[in-house]
Design a protein around this ligand. Structure first.
Ligand code: ATP
Length: 354
């Protein structure tokens, strides 16, 4: 089921939460809405569901205008951050709940409901828990049951609002992988909300980056990471090392620092260089394509790598630089706070914005 949003506006009193959102979601896509708190992700999801009405614009499902259609008539399944399972019902009863309350004409027979619940329990790999109550399940299990319940209605569209937000990092990772494979197997259209960039990049076919009620960029995770369209997107997808400088010929320079550009810039004037932590190495002397002197401010051991925080020496930058080194490099160099070094950017990855 494809979803088309045409110029969706939404205000709460005097506050405009969504500004003219246009978005095309093709059939079978798993798309992530990513943005900081308050950017309008949940509001947009609720409008797609029919739980909230838009002030302006249209929503089309498979080309058909559903803007005025009630949530019940949209055939959408939901999963929320807090599982919202019924405490007094068993797992199997929870999954069957949506079917049991359908109007008589649409309600499957009791035998059909039993069969469907059995299949769903198998799909979420929890058949052995059919008779347990929610209080006897782990967070990850509860969320899989919530998903099974959403799928029981055989929705054409699955909407997930921070589905793994309440779970610990490891369970989140497993469930993400599991949701991705389930989505690929069943091939429905899914829209999920997250403020976690790693989750959005790992799970989505495309990511919609939102900010202050507007779409900043829609792209595949690879394209977003490699070619962010704005500083906001660049920042939001992870730490970014920035050099504010002046373009002159083949160089971008600021104070004591400069970088030679892969191609001579045709423009001149102010520009910014953006680099991800993994796109820069460190060494004790400058190289012939860059001079970026830095001073070690902090040393953080993060799992497989050592992440250094570095203060630019004699050049303009609004935040500290972060650069990862391997444990082997760390042991041979043994950096200390206050040590001087030079950043060596990977020239192929220079991203310059004017
Ligand atoms: P979060 O990640 O914190 O859930 P979000 O991106 O999902 O944020 P929304 O919940 O969509 O953001 O909210 C967008 C803006 O609209 C916020 O400023 C919020 O305070 C406001 N808002 C949302 N719902 C209502 C409401 N029912 N009444 C008034 N304001 C609302």
């Amino acid at each position: 089921m494809s979803i088309t949003l045409e110029h969706i506006d939404k205000s709460f009193g005097a506050f405009q939460a969504l500004h003219g959102i246009d978005l095309d979601i093709p059939d079978g896509e798993l798309i992530g809405l990513l943005g900081p708190s308050g950017s309008g992700k949940t509001t947009l999801l609720r409008i797609i569901a029919g739980l909230e009405s838009a002030d302006g614009g249209r929503i089309l499902f498979h080309g058909e205008d559903v803007t005025r259609r009630h949530v019940r008539e949209r055939r959408v399944g939901f999963v929320f951050q807090h599982y919202a399972l019924f405490r007094h019902m068993t797992v199997a009863q929870n999954i069957a709940f949506g079917l049991d309350v359908l109007p008589r004409k649409q309600r499957p027979s009791a035998a059909e409901i039993r069969k469907r619940v059995g299949n769903l329990l198998e799909m979420v790999q929890l058949s052995h828990l059919a008779d347990r109550f929610p209080a006897q399940l782990s967070g990850g299990q509860k969320q899989r049951i919530a998903l099974a319940r959403a799928l029981a209605m055989q929705p054409q569209v699955l909407l997930l609002d921070e589905p793994f937000g309440a779970l610990d990092a490891r369970v989140r990772k497993d469930l993400r992988r599991w949701l991705r494979s389930l989505h690929d197997e069943l091939n429905f259209t899914s829209v999920f909300v997250t403020h976690d960039q790693e989750e959005a990049l790992e799970l989505s076919d495309r990511v919609v980056v939102m900010s202050a009620g507007r779409i900043e960029q829609v792209d595949t995770p690879e394209a977003l990471y490699a070619k962010p369209g704005s500083r906001f997107v660049f920042d939001f997808l992870g730490h970014v090392n920035v050099l504010h400088g002046e373009l002159a010929g083949d160089r971008l320079a600021s104070g004591d620092a400069w970088v030679r550009l892969p191609e001579a810039a045709t423009a001149s004037g102010e520009a910014q260089l953006y680099l991800r932590p993994h796109e820069v190495r460190l060494q004790l002397s400058a190289v012939d394509h860059a001079q970026l002197p830095l001073q070690v401010e902090a040393i953080n051991l993060i799992g497989a790598e050592v992440r250094l925080e570095l203060r630019p020496c004699g050049w303009q930058c609004d935040t500290l630089w972060e650069i990862g080194i391997t444990h082997a490099e760390y042991h041979s160099w043994q950096p200390r706070r206050g040590d001087r070094c030079f950043a060596v950017p990977d020239v192929g990855h220079l991203f310059i914005a004017d």
